[in-house]
Ligand binder design. Structure first.
Ligand SMILES: *Cc1c(COP(=O)(O)O)cnc(C)c1O
Length: 381
């Protein structure tokens, strides 16, 4: 059987965990946590980063940092994971859902302006499949209407955006704040984990306090204050050193992992390319301003019946494939409160997008088998 996901292990994780145990310090904000954070800061130029127990937690920290209050509005794409919206809902925000683009599952940048009201506080673009949204357009709107931008960069490690100024910048460094995930399904993983990226200096000090249960503990350990105590709201958003040590074993091999993943992506693409004309299925497209970090490979079927049939055909032959999000505005939790328009493209991706198995240990033979099964299905369909 070919699984849909298989978390890749570099082989160094255990020795770093053993070292953390040997050092005798296992709570959060230790040496491995700092190592992981420094990696992001030094390599990609974040002003500050904080390791969290998940991307969901990092997004919740964003909602606290932006001081989201009941009645504030936050613009979020409907085609995304629950956490993108839920982190703000927990602070009482009203979620205003935006449609996806015609050519890409990410937010339709041109739909955003019509959703902005005097109550709008933030826009949360999601870099779906690690492919950048049009950040110049989004930041332009944020500046015009005085809004914050939180990038949901859960899938976007080591992916970039080239701005109108011709400069290429890492995703997660463009908005005021950003959130990454190290869930076992992501490119770099530690089971469950995440990271908050801070690009606006106004949030740096408070983020550290919110991260450590509303206390100024971090300042205390740096010797900047001589007592530490309760100074703000917050929670326990930091992971233990065991998690950080595992993550370090992955991060230091990012480039090797990325090379493998890009090879897998390119193999799928070249194997399946000729199906696009024959059967009018679509493969992922990467806009000029974006890069591809090989987070996932998906195909867009023509309709939901076709997709259901293909999932079954693959399953019957031992290959696990999965569809992705259901539109959040039509979810059980939200749909009774939804007052907006029909989100046409979001529903198309919800019904037609199919994700193929994608992990470092997938062999060229596996990819060939999967591609042949897809061709076989369309040949008969
Ligand atoms: C995976 C993912 C999340 C959630 O990440 P966790 O680390 O599991 O909390 C949020 N948003 C998007 C777009 C994701 O893909």
């Amino acid at each position: 059987m070919i699984r849909f996901n298989y978390p890749y292990i570099t082989g160094n994780e255990m020795s770093y965990i053993e070292e953390a145990i040997h050092n005798g310090r296992l709570a959060g904000n230790g040496e491995y946590t700092k190592k992981c954070q420094r990696y992001f800061e030094d390599r990609w130029g974040f002003k500050k980063t904080l390791l969290t127990t998940s991307c969901t937690d990092a997004l919740e920290m964003c909602a606290l940092l932006l001081d989201i209050q009941p009645g504030d509005e936050v613009i979020v794409p409907s085609y995304t994971f629950v956490s993108t919206a839920l982190a703000f809902v927990r602070q009482g925000a009203k979620i205003v859902f935006a449609d996806s683009g015609k050519k890409h599952p990410g937010i339709d940048e041109e739909a955003i302006e019509g959703l902005i009201s005097p109550k709008t506080k933030a826009i949360v673009p999601v870099h779906y499949a690690g492919v950048a949204c049009n950040m110049d357009r989004i930041m332009e709107l944020a500046n015009k209407y005085n809004l914050f931008v939180v990038e949901d960069a859960a899938q976007a490690i080591d992916s970039y955006y080239t701005g109108r100024d011709g400069v290429q910048r890492p995703l997660g460094t463009l908005g005021h704040l950003s959130a990454f995930s190290f869930h076992e399904t992501k490119n770099i993983q530690c089971g469950e984990g995440g990271l908050l990226g801070i690009n606006d200096e106004r949030f740096m000090k408070r983020a550290e306090i919110i991260w450590e249960k509303g206390t100024n503990r971090a300042e205390f350990f740096r010797g900047e204050v001589n007592k530490y105590g309760w100074v703000d709201t917050g929670s326990s958003f930091l992971p233990s050193e065991l998690t950080a040590a595992f993550l370090w074993g992955q991060l230091e091999q990012l480039d090797q992992i990325q090379r493998c993943r890009k090879d897998i992506w390119n193999r799928y693409k070249s194997n399946l390319n000729n199906l696009t004309e024959e059967y009018s299925i679509r493969l992922p497209t990467i806009p000029e301003f974006a890069t591809n970090n090989a987070h996932m490979f998906y195909i867009l079927c023509n309709n939901i019946q076709e997709r259901t049939g293909l999932i079954q055909h693959l399953k019957d032959n031992g290959v696990m494939s999965v569809f992705h999000y259901l539109s959040l505005h039509e979810s059980l939790y939200f749909r009774d409160n939804y007052r907006g328009e029909e989100l046409y493209y979001s529903n198309i991706y919800a019904n037609c997008l199919l994700r193929l198995p994608f992990y470092v240990n997938l062999t060229p033979q596996d990819i060939k088998t999967i591609s042949e099964l897809i061709k076989d299905f369309y040949g008969r369909y």
